[in-house]
Design a protein. Structure first.
Length: 324
């Protein structure tokens, strides 16, 4: 079974390992960015300290919160029907962690990408250790870390894929043995989602009248349309899951390079930035399992606390979840 052996490019595409001149260029760019922050009056994204994107104290707090990855599947109601999955998060979503996640997604600061990569790196290694301990002495094959995809609209808006940047940092630090990052999934564009919704909604479950099928079609089309009131903000687990149903597929690049059969028997671990209801992971897992993959679970940079303990601002909550 073939696999991608190259780390994910900053745009979400594959790229060769950065060595020699290319690494020197990357370091130079990072240095110039740091100097530019002095000129433009950068502030710590967590505490507001001047002239630094993330101050020493907040950096220490970030890593203190992400030292021990923990099981977080019970926090995701949309994953209740997948008790066999192992779901690990590096940290609780809140405080300095949430501030760094949001700032990295909005602006793509290199230093923040590296810090979040360190958190996700720990969770990936912890998952790999659990996977090795659960299979016995036989060689289980490669472990595929499959990132949740970014939509085309999100990429065009930001100019980069936040999760792909973080995974590039993880790959540069070193992935667990016998594991690779494989960009398998893609988000369906609006025309494709509308067509998918049309086919699903007009397929009657029996020989009954057309009315119920047409009403299902109308609801599906409304859920597929972008714009105010059709996002995930404020939606519960069931509503998010309905909203995301059919929103992903295997990427054309993956199918062209390896074919859909390459996933048969593959041991896959989903990767996301923030775990909320789990609806995004459930949809991604559906696509992988439909292609014959064995989904072992997921890892995330952070997981939201139960609502009673959350204490996050509405702005923070509204930006969680799918890497859209």
């Amino acid at each position: 079974m073939g696999s991608f052996t190259q780390p994910v490019h900053r745009t979400g595409r594959r790229a060769a390992d950065r060595t020699g001149p290319s690494r020197a260029v990357a370091v130079s760019i990072e240095g110039l960015s740091a100097m530019a922050s002095l000129v433009t009056g950068a502030e710590c994204v967590a505490c507001g300290q001047a002239e630094v994107v993330l101050c020493t104290a907040c950096r220490s707090e970030l890593h203190a919160q992400g030292l021990s990855p923990f099981a977080a599947g019970h926090r995701a109601p949309a994953l209740a029907d997948r008790p066999e999955w192992t779901v690990l998060a590096a940290a609780d979503y809140g405080g300095v962690v949430s501030q760094v996640v949001l700032a990295q997604k909005r602006r793509g600061h290199r230093v923040l990408t590296r810090e979040l990569g360190a958190l996700l790196h720990r969770a990936m290694w912890a998952f790999a250790g659990k996977a090795r301990g659960a299979v016995g002495p036989e060689r289980p094959g490669e472990l595929w870390f499959v990132p949740v995809p970014s939509s085309g609209a999100s990429f065009r808006k930001r100019g980069f894929d936040p999760l792909a940047l973080v995974l590039s940092s993880c790959a540069a630090t070193g992935l667990p043995p016998d594991s690779v990052v494989v960009p398998v999934l893609a988000v369906r564009g609006l025309p494709e989602r509308l067509a998918h919704a049309l086919l699903a909604a007009t397929r009657p479950p029996d020989d009954g009248p057309r009315g119920p099928a047409l009403r299902r079609l109308g609801r599906a089309l409304l859920r597929s349309l972008p714009g105010p009131g059709n996002g995930q903000k404020g939606l519960g687990a069931a509503a998010r899951r309905r909203r995301l149903a059919g929103s992903m597929r295997l990427s054309r690049a993956f199918r062209c390079a390896y074919g859909a059969d390459a996933l048969k028997g593959a041991r896959c671990v989903l990767v996301d930035d923030v775990l909320t209801t789990g609806a995004t992971l459930a949809e991604a897992g559906r696509v992988l399992q439909g292609a014959g993959a064995r989904v072992l679970g997921a890892v995330a940079i952070a997981a939201t606390r139960p609502p009673a303990d959350r204490g996050s601002s509405q702005e923070e909550i509204s930006e969680q979840g799918m890497n859209y």
